[in-house]
Design a protein. Structure first.
Length: 191
């Protein structure tokens, strides 16, 4: 099995492509070792000690190294964990009990005004069709968190979280796109 590696705009994060589907639907971001306990793969990656973030995309895994960690030393260990996991066809997530199951609600952080439903639908469609595919190419994801008085709130995940260029991506890319197609948008903010 060959796992390709790609650089991301975030120098602390590498994108690993195992040549197979990682997540059938959606994405999953692990920002702490406690969150990673839900996944044997994420748990093993955090167990390396120098990992501060793991992100599962459709066909990739992004791994973020701790500040000051040299990827030359960490990369072979990450590849070994990924190879072991995918070669053994291990499950991505641990089975849960009924107590561990939660049904996600609306992913908005800010309560959207029902009068803005058409605007919110336009914003979500643009994010899903134009923004998320581009952000996934860089090893991350972006999640809609709300619209309030012209401001769109988005959360960056994976390689995009903490990336030095994420503020430029938000302001020069996403904000301009949304303002062009949805005149009611005045600003884009990260949460």
């Amino acid at each position: 099995m060959l796992i390709e590696t790609e650089l991301t705009p975030n120098p602390a994060t590498l994108k690993f492509l195992p040549g197979r589907t990682v997540m059938d639907a959606g994405t999953r971001d692990f920002a702490t070792p406690e969150e990673a306990e839900a996944s044997p793969l994420a748990d093993a990656l955090f167990g390396l000690g120098d990992v501060t973030g793991v992100f599962f995309g459709r066909d990739f895994v992004s791994v973020t190294a701790a500040p000051g960690v040299d990827w030359a030393g960490l990369k072979p260990d990450v590849l070994a964990v990924l190879l072991d996991h995918f070669s053994a066809n291990m499950p991505l997530f641990r089975p849960g009990s009924a107590a561990g199951i939660s049904v996600p609600g609306d992913d908005a952080t800010f309560g959207d005004d029902p009068e803005d439903a058409d605007i919110v639908a336009q914003i979500r469609e643009l994010i899903d069709t134009r923004v998320r595919p581009a952000v996934a190419n860089d090893g991350g994801d972006i999640v809609y968190r709300g619209f309030d008085k012209g401001k769109v709130y988005l959360q960056m995940q994976g390689a995009c979280s903490g990336c030095p260029s994420s503020s430029a991506t938000l302001k020069q890319g996403i904000e301009q796109l949304l303002r062009h197609y949805v005149p009611e948008v005045t600003e884009v903010r990260a949460v």
